[in-house]
Design a protein around this ligand. Structure first.
Ligand SMILES: [Zn+2]
Length: 159
């Protein structure tokens, strides 16, 4: 049997035929794979009769663990934006550019500014990112962290 083998960070939903088996708000049927098990060595509850079908632990979009583990047949893949893909592939969103180490900020669909850490937590809502080249620091609307510009603020009063 061929498995889809979702990766950690993959965005999935519970299939229509199975969603009633779980307590899921129909508007919140969006999860990210958090852990993959294929044997009892990975997960004591793994059913060896599943013959290697991956069993997934999930977290929701707020990073909260979903209480149940689900086998692959119960899940469907959801499309991801480039920031979600970047997290899946690298495990994080960068706070600085490479090369150059210039400060990066992220913009949500509601035009909010986020630092990299906060953008990771709601990557599905991020639509753009950029380097903060010059000007006053930007303030992350998630945590309040200031994102300094690469070249400072030319209008700031010099001491
Ligand atoms: Zn932040």
């Amino acid at each position: 049997m061929e498995f889809k083998n979702f990766k950690i960070g993959q965005k999935v939903m519970i299939g229509a035929d199975y969603v009633d088996n779980y307590e899921v708000n129909e508007y919140a049927n969006t999860f990210y794979v958090n852990y993959v098990s294929t044997s009892t060595a990975d997960h004591p509850g793994y059913d060896e009769a599943m013959e290697g079908m991956p069993l997934y632990d999930l977290k929701d979009e707020d990073g909260i663990d979903f209480g149940s583990s689900l086998y692959e047949y119960e899940l469907e893949e959801l499309p991801m934006n480039k920031f979600e893909v970047e997290i899946m592939e690298k495990g994080f969103l960068p706070a600085v550019s490479f090369p150059g180490s210039y400060p990066i900020f992220y913009i949500g669909h509601d035009s909010s500014i986020s630092c990299a850490k906060c953008a990771e937590e709601h990557a599905s809502e991020i639509v753009e990112h950029g380097v903060h080249w010059e000007g006053a620091p930007l303030t992350c609307e998630g945590c309040g962290m200031e994102i300094e510009s690469a070249y400072g603020d030319p209008d700031a009063d010099e001491e």
